[in-house]
Design a protein around this ligand. Structure first.
Ligand code: AMP
Length: 376
């Protein structure tokens, strides 16, 4: 398959892709689009950056019935930022049509959402908590779906959203198509997914390391005491175009961001303790490259597609090896080069071994050595 036209997509889709400069499907799109269009359930392992969002959005758009008064597709995603990103991709596909897409997530004015849900909505993109709110208030009806998508399915089914997702599933109709997309699908997640999917076809993007292959990974060994100094030395010697710096907790994000601001680094922060409007403001200025550094917790680890992120700094080693892959996948998008640097304190060694096992690679490392002038 060489062109999107070969899928017999509706003309407006081909045109709206073309106006974004997109004309050739990526491997995961090539594999999944024809099968999803036929109506099968699909369980797909595809890393972000492989084009997985369009892989589910295009068949959804292709199958929309313009006469239907119901919500026809529901996409559930773990973070608000991802919901915003998917909505924005969907809106680009819907340009010059009357297809309506409604993002539903916490932190937004619920009355404004209610008003919009009263109108015609074709596609809902939601985070689980706020969607459940609407389901309980009976202000959204998801019992006539053609397609349900669980994006980042491993997180949705496994790490904490499981009960919410199960309740959402109960409110949907049985005869819908279900698609699960995730960067990683281990056997535990697959077992859970099989409980509510109908004979799903399992698919993998041909090369699992598409994204990782284009990322130069490095480890800097440093004691906790000098971590901040080591980070600043890296930033000063590189002056990256756009970078995300990951910390383990909200408090550590606050602390590091404050220290960086004092040093006049162009930075801001993102974590779940901030108001929704503050989160959106920060993401917007980062996307527009008005700030150079985003200091964040793992809310920013998954699925976000921000063009131009050249560097990832793991100020703290992640607590799970999966998370490492998600974090560094924020760079090296769509074949661009990226650099990922992880600061490793002695207590982190066991986790590093686990990460290296997971990615099947020994990450080159160096020791941080303080320059003599600083050694007082
Ligand atoms: P995703 O993996 O869904 O996060 O997609 C990553 C980025 O790739 C998004 O910015 C898409 O707009 C872009 N993209 C998706 N499919 C294609 C394609 N076939 N050709 C070029 N860019 C694409």
């Amino acid at each position: 398959m060489n062109k999107f036209q070969d899928f017999n997509l509706k003309q407006f889709l081909v045109e709206n892709l073309k106006s974004q400069g997109i004309d050739k499907p990526t491997p995961i799109q090539d594999m999944t689009i024809p099968i999803i269009m036929e109506g099968s359930d699909v369980l797909a392992e595809a890393q972000t950056g492989t084009g997985k969002t369009l892989a589910f959005l295009l068949p959804i758009f292709q199958n929309l019935d313009s006469e239907s008064p119901h919500v026809q597709a529901l996409i559930v995603t773990p973070t608000r930022e991802l919901a915003i990103q998917i909505t924005s991709e969907a809106k680009k596909l819907a340009a010059n049509t009357d297809i309506t897409i409604l993002p539903v997530f916490g932190g937004q004015d619920i009355n404004a959402q209610l008003k919009k849900l009263n109108g015609k909505v074709d596609i809902v993109v939601a985070t689980p908590g706020r969607l459940l709110d609407h389901i309980r208030r009976e202000t959204v009806d998801i019992s006539h779906l053609s397609t349900l998508v669980l994006d980042e399915a491993d997180q949705m089914l496994y790490i904490g959203f499981r009960n919410e997702v199960e309740m959402i599933l109960k409110s949907t109709n049985k005869d819908k198509q279900t698609l699960c997309f995730s960067a990683t699908l281990d056997s535990k997640v697959k077992k859970l997914a099989y409980k509510f999917m109908k004979d799903p076809l399992e698919m993998r993007a041909p090369s699992q390391n598409v994204t990782l292959d284009t990322i130069e990974q490095r480890i800097v060994r440093v004691s906790d005491r000098w971590k901040q100094e080591a980070l600043f030395a890296e930033l000063d010697s590189t002056n990256p175009f756009l970078a995300i710096i990951f910390c383990r907790t909200k408090r550590r994000v606050d602390k590091l961001e404050e220290a960086m601001s004092q040093k006049k680094y162009l930075c801001n922060k993102l974590h779940g303790g901030m108001t929704q409007s503050a989160r959106q403001k920060v993401m917007k200025s980062f996307r527009e490259a008005r700030i150079q550094y985003l200091v964040a917790t793992d809310v920013a680890a998954r699925g976000l597609d921000i063009s131009g992120v050249s560097h990832i700094y793991n100020f703290d080693v992640p607590e799970e090896s999966e998370t490492y892959i998600h974090r560094i996948g924020r760079t090296g998008r769509m074949g661009d080069d990226g650099v990922a640097i992880t600061f490793v304190a002695p207590k982190d060694e066991a986790m590093v071994s686990e990460i290296e096992k997971k990615i099947g690679l020994k990450i080159p490392s160096s020791e941080y050595s303080r320059s003599t002038k600083d050694k007082k």
